[in-house]
Design a binder for this molecule. Sequence first.
Ligand code: R5P
Length: 314
Amino acid sequence: MRPPKDIKLLSGTSSRPLMLEIAQHLKVEPTEHLVSRFKDGEIRVQILENIRGHDVFIVQSTHPPADNLLELLLLIDAAKRASAKRVTAVIPYFGYGRQDRKDQPRVPISAKLVSNLIEVAGANRVLTVDLHADQIQGFFDIPVDNLFATPIFKEFFKGLSPETHTVVAPDVGASKRARAVARKLGDLPLAIIDKRRPAPNQAEVLNIIGHVEGRHLIIVDDIIDTGNTIIEGAKALIEAGALSVVAAAAHALLSGNAPQKIEDSPIKKVIVTDTIPTVWERKTDKMEILSIAPLLAEAIRRIHNEESISALFI
Ligand code: R5P
C-alpha cells in the first residue's frame, strides 16, 4: 500500500487556536475548511481543498457543549468521504471519559458510546491526552495513542528534591498517574488522599495516606472541574501540616466559580495545559497554562512518519 501523502490539519471551532499552534510547530499550512452554522443552528462543515490520499489530522476537544463532539464527527465524515487515506481524530481532551462504567442502575456508559460514534464516523486512529481511565483505549477497535502531559509538567517542576517535595494523588483512582509523575520528577515520595464523593461534583477527604507534614506538596490529577477535589485536598493537607500545596492537571474545565474558589483556597499555584481552550478566559493569577501543542505536534509528526511515539512517554 502506498503511504499517505502530506499531512492535512483541520479542527473544529473550539480547538482552532491549538490547531494553528500545532501547524506552526509542524511547519504546515492548515487545510482550508469551513465550520459554520445554518440559520437554525445546525452545524455545517466543508473541506475546501483536495485531501484525496492524504494523512488527515482533525484536532478537536470534546468538552461541552455537545456541538464540539458533533463538529468532530462531521469533520471526520467529511474527510472520509473526501477519500482521505487516513483520518486521525486528535482529541486533546476526551469529554465523557469520566462516565466509563455502569456504576449505578440505569446509567449509560457514555465514554463507550462516544468512542463508538468516533469510530463509526470513520476515524482510523485516535490521538489523545491523559484519558481519565487508560481502559477507555479498549472501547475503540482502532489504535489509540494516549499521551501523558507529564513531559510538559516535568519541564516545569524540574529540580525538585525528594528531601522536601512529595507528590499527592487526590484520590485512590489517581494514584497510578501520580506515582508515575512522582517517579519522573526524580523519585519523589507519594501520598494518597482517601476521597469520597457524597454526590456528583462534591468531594470529601476521609484520610491522608503517607507523610505530608513539613513537606511541599504537588497534587497531580487529570481534570480540574469544579475544583472541589484539589481545594478540599489542599485544605486537608495544610491542616495535616504541609508547608505548601500546588496542583497540576492536564485538563482545566474550571466549571462555574472554580477559578474564584481556587483563588480563595490555600492552593499556592495551579499548573494546567490548554487542552480545553476556555482555560484562557478562566485564568486567574494563581494559574499557569502550559501549551500542549509541542507534544501533540511531535506525536502527529511521528504518526505521519510511522515512527514510534513511545519516546514521548518520558
Ligand atoms: C475524578 O475522578 C477526576 O479524576 C477528577 O478528580 C475530577 O474530575 C475533578 O473534579 P472536581 O474539580 O469537580 O473535583
